[in-house]
Every structure is written in structure tokens, then in C-alpha cells.
Design a protein around this ligand. Structure first.
Ligand SMILES: Cc1cc2nc3c(=O)[nH]c(=O)nc-3n(C[C@H](O)[C@H](O)[C@H](O)COP(=O)(O)OP(=O)(O)OC[C@H]3O[C@@H](n4cnc5c(N)ncnc54)[C@H](O)[C@@H]3O)c2cc1C
Length: 498
């Protein structure tokens, strides 16, 4: 399955790995599959940072809790993150002030600081070795027209009692037009963190099942009956932490958010400058450093776009392929209409945590706290802020037609984008009335898939760099055999020729 240990030649003929740096040289530990029916107080579906953070706060609470993951723990969106733990998140505070008001903006900041402190406590209390390092965070721009935005963000943070420092160059001496830094922010290795959390959960009587997919959820009286591929789970409460949620009709997720895709390249460097940075301009640029024993890496995110546009992946990866990176990969995250995550109850005893606007390390951590507090019937001051059933406000109403047209554009676009000249080793055709896509590998083996996303029927794009079939509508990804790697699709698209 999936993204492990794949390679591509860059334009100089050198090998580059097309998996994320976090999945290299990592031991995922023993896998426990769900093969027998079980009864639970709480079922958590999804073993990314949200699921594990939620389970952490539910251990040792006299509840029977289990977490079920379709693949391996941490191998979803979390494994392809840049994993900065920071409250400096582009100009989110100005956006929230505009979408709502200053109080909501301040409250969001408090939630992010609380999340950082929670991660710090979890790491300290459990002595987790996950390359957790304190680094200053920078927000900058090289675009004259964006300087005001950066200055406004700085002013707002100062109003919220955050100390900032104005700069015209980054610590590695890169000149910038304008920027500022804040302290008390961090970076870590997300998979080392999650594997440690998995082991802590298991030791504390939370069952963790991997390679076990939840396929269906039905409500029966006061219980949920959840079918997995091998067994049935009866649970009093269900928490969905699957990133883009599959089980949420009629939550109308496609109308409440869009998806942003980004491209990352990791290079070996000689010095760890110990900072992280992000700009406000286009193309998006984000930097952090990572030290792995004696090796130092600079992690560069070099551009981002709405998933519905720019589907030629060779073109999207062009800048990365023209350089000597050791790792390159892409990833996408959910951008909500009002820049706040969806965390909380959708129906009684049925909860979600998702929609982190590319800031999922902190938002998933606060989600873990909120969701567990709801289960435990405890007060939490952020329940209202992230309420997934929150009503429409003006900004969301204004964005509604844009999101709707983007959904229609991506669906129609997915149907007409086939057979484009950018594909080198891909053929689209009909077999027995089915639209299929065929990838022909270096050894001339043919890999055939149904070219229709099981989520909402969009046609797929072949990503020739990472060797995946990607849905340009809502982000489902499949490997060349058709096995689903990333949702919302919950189903494979493997095709067997008669
Ligand atoms: C390019 C990029 C860079 C980023 N960098 C940062 C950063 O620096 N800092 C930051 O704070 N955030 C960052 N983020 C955001 C962050 O990575 C995500 O928001 C976060 O990892 C999402 O975690 P999750 O647990 O919700 O999802 P996931 O990690 O995807 O976990 C969901 C899990 O659910 C499982 N699942 C799905 N369906 C089922 C099913 N039916 N049954 C069982 N299991 C199922 C999946 O296999 C998956 O493992 C970045 C995002 C992107 C795209």
C-alpha cells in the first residue's frame, strides 16, 4: 500500500524519494486487526493526530474505548504535514476578526496556545522522544501589497498581548520585504509523536485496531452499530476523526469547505537555523528545519492551490523536480468557509473533529480536548467556537456561491480533463462499458482502475510523480492498484479484467 519508499528521477537524473520524510526509517510497531465483534462506550474512527489526541484524554476514565484505523496509525494527512506547532498561522487572526469579531479571534488564539501547552505536557509527562524543539515562528511577505496585511496581523497579536519582533531578514539571512516573529512555538516529528501515543493508549487499556476499516454506521436505539470489513462494533458514542468525513450525510461538507493542495521538498543542509516561517503571498512559501541525528534537513513548502484547479501534477511538481531534493511529496487539507474547524457534536453522541485550515497539529489537539470533554460531560470553553452546527454568518453566505461553483467546476472539470497530453504512461478507455484508467509502469505492467471516485463520482487525475490516482473534487487518493489511501472515498477502485 501507499506512499512508502517510492522514487522518481529528478530532471538531473538523480533519485528523489516521493514519500514524506516522516515515513522514512520509522517502525510502526505491531498491528492489531479487529477480527471479533466488540461492544464499547466510545468508538473513535481514524488514527491520525485527531483520533489519537482524543483517545489520549479518554484513557483511564472507566470507559471502554477503542480506536479503529483503516491503514496504519498516522499514515493519513498527518504523515505528510510540515508539523509546525505554532499559533502564528498566516493572517488567521485578521481573517477571524473580519469573519466574526475581535473576541472570536482572541478566543481562537487562546485555543491554539492551550493546544501548544497540551502537546508540551503530553510530551513531558510521557517522556516522548519526538524531536520536539522550541523555535521562533515568522510571518513574512516579499510582496509590497501584502505588507499591510502582515502589519495588521502583528498589531492584532500585540493587542492580544503577544510579543512580536519586526524583521527584514529570516534567521538564515534570506532577505524579506517585511516580517515579524513570535516565540513559544515548536516543531516536532509527527509520526514519532503518534506512534508513542499509540503505545501509551495500548498500555492504558484503549484498544487500537489497524488495517480495519469502518464501512457503515447505523443508529439502533441508543447505540451505534458500526460495520467494519471483518466485525461489528456496538458503541454508545462515535467520534469521527477521518479527516474529510465520509459518514456525514446530510452534513453537506462539500458546501462548507474547499481543499488546498501543497507541494513539499526536503533538502539536506549544513546548518539548523532553528526557526519556522510562512509567507502571506502567492505562491505560498513555508520553511522549517528538522534534525535527524547528524543529518539536518530544510523542509520547504513551495506552492499551494485549490485542489479543483491545476491538475497537471508534473507541472505542479516542476520546481521540485528541477532541484536536488531528497524527498518530495504533496498533501492537502480542508479549508473551511469561515476559517474555524468543525469540532463537536453533529447529533447526540455522534461527533467530529476536522477542517483545520492547514493548522492541524494545534487544532487536532484542541479537538482531542473538546471531544473528550463532551464525552465526559465536562465544560469546555471552546465548544461554542468550533461547533460544527454553527449557523451561517455573512462571510459564509458570501462564500457559498463560490464554493458551490468550485464544486461544479471540479466535477465537470474532472470529466473533461482526461486524455490530456501531459500524461506519459496513462491510457483512458472503456472496458465492458466501464470507464477505466490504465497506468503502464517501467516494466510495461498494466495497472487498471475504475476511473470514478466512489465518493461523488468525479473522474480521477493520475499523479505521475507520486504514482497515485487523485480526485480533483474532494481529495480522495488511490494507489496504482486502486486501493484507497486518503478519503473521503471509503472504497477501493481496483478493476479486474475478465
Ligand atoms: C502541506 C500541508 C502541510 C501542513 N503543515 C502543517 C503544519 O506545519 N502545522 C500544522 O499544525 N498543521 C499542518 N497541516 C495540517 C495537518 O497536517 C492536518 O490538518 C492534520 O494532520 C489532520 O489530521 P487528522 O487526524 O484530522 O487526519 P489524518 O491524519 O488524515 O487521519 C485520519 C485517519 O482516518 C483514517 N480513516 C479514514 N477513513 C476511515 C475509515 N472508514 N475507517 C477507519 N479509519 C479511517 C485514515 O486512514 C487516516 O489515518 C498541514 C497540511 C498540509 C496539507
Amino acid at each position: 500500500m501507499n506512499f512508502y519508499l517510492k522514487f522518481i528521477h529528478n530532471n538531473n537524473g538523480d533519485y528523489m524519494k516521493t514519500n514524506s520524510i516522516w515515513t522514512s526509517n520509522i517502525s510502526l510497531g505491531k498491528t492489531n486487526k479487529l477480527t471479533k465483534d466488540i461492544e464499547l462506550d466510545v468508538l473513535i474512527i481514524g488514527g491520525g493526530i485527531t483520533g489519537l489526541s482524543t483517545a489520549y484524554h479518554l484513557m483511564n476514565k472507566n470507559l471502554k474505548v477503542a480506536l479503529v484505523e483503516r491503514n496504519k496509525i498516522g499514515m493519513g494527512i498527518t504523515s505528510r504535514s510540515t508539523a509546525k506547532i505554532t499559533f502564528l498561522q498566516e493572517n488567521i487572526y485578521s481573517k477571524l476578526k473580519k469573519n466574526y469579531d475581535e473576541e472570536i479571534s482572541r478566543m481562537y488564539l487562546n485555543s491554539q496556545i492551550e493546544a501548544i501547552n497540551t502537546i508540551k505536557d503530553i510530551i513531558k509527562n510521557n517522556k516522548i522522544d519526538c524531536d520536539f524543539n522550541k523555535v521562533d515562528s515568522y510571518l513574512f511577505t516579499n510582496d509590497q501589497e501584502k505588507i499591510k496585511d502582515v502589519k495588521d496581523e502583528k498589531k492584532l497579536l500585540e493587542k492580544f498581548s503577544i510579543k512580536t519582533k519586526e524583521v527584514t531578514e529570516l534567521p538564515d539571512k534570506e532577505k524579506i520585504k517585511y516580517g515579524f516573529s513570535v516565540s513559544n512555538t515548536y516543531v516536532f516529528h509527527p509520526i514519532k509523536y503518534l506512534i508513542s501515543l499509540k503505545n501509551i493508549l495500548i498500555k492504558n487499556n484503549v484498544d487500537v485496531y489497524e488495517d480495519s476499516k469502518v464501512l457503515k454506521i447505523d443508529r439502533e436505539n441508543n447505540n451505534f452499530i458500526c460495520l467494519t470489513d471483518k466485525a461489528t462494533i456496538k458503541a454508545k458514542k462515535v467520534i469521527i476523526t477521518t479527516h474529510y468525513p465520509y459518514f456525514l450525510f446530510p452534513f453537506m461538507m462539500p458546501l462548507k469547505c474547499s481543499l488546498e493542495k501543497s507541494y513539499i521538498g526536503v533538502e539536506r543542509v549544513f546548518k539548523d537555523y532553528g526557526f519556522s516561517a510562512i509567507n502571506t503571498s502567492i505562491p505560498t512559501k513555508s520553511i522549517r528545519y528538522h534534525k535527524d541525528n547528524d543529518k539536518i534537513y530544510k523542509i520547504n513548502l513551495i506552492n499551494s492551490h485549490n485542489i479543483a484547479i491545476k491538475n497537471n501534477e508534473r507541472e505542479n511538481f516542476k520546481e521540485l523536480l528541477n532541484n536536488n531534493y531528497e524527498y518530495i511529496w504533496s498533501n492537502h487539507d480542508i479549508i473551511t468557509n469561515d476559517n474555524l474547524a468543525f469540532i463537536g457534536e453533529i447529533e447526540k453522541d455522534f461527533m467530529i473533529g476536522t477542517g483545520y485550515n492547514t493548522w492541524g497539529m494545534t487544532n487536532s489537539t484542541i479537538a482531542g480536548k473538546i471531544l473528550s470533554d463532551i464525552v465526559l460531560n465536562k465544560e469546555n470553553k471552546y465548544i461554542k467556537l468550533f461547533n460544527p452546527k454553527r449557523g451561517l454568518n455573512l462571510s459564509k453566505v458570501l462564500k457559498f456561491p463560490i464554493i458551490l461553483s468550485s464544486n461544479i467546476k471540479s466535477f465537470v472539470g474532472s470529466k473533461v480533463n482526461k486524455n490530456k497530453s501531459w500524461y506519459k504512461n496513462v491510457v483512458f478507455k472503456k472496458i465492458n462499458g466501464n470507464n477505466v484508467g490504465i497506468y503502464i509502469d517501467e516494466d510495461s505492467n498494466k495497472h487498471i482502475i475504475y476511473n470514478k471516485c466512489p465518493h461523488l463520482g468525479c473522474s480521477l487525475v493520475f499523479n505521475e510523480v507520486e504514482k497515485t490516482w487523485d480526485c480533483p473534487c474532494h481529495g480522495s487518493r488511490f494507489d496504482i492498484s486502486g486501493k484507497v489511501i486518503t478519503g473521503p472515498s471509503n472504497y477501493d477502485i481496483s478493476f479486474k479484467e475478465e
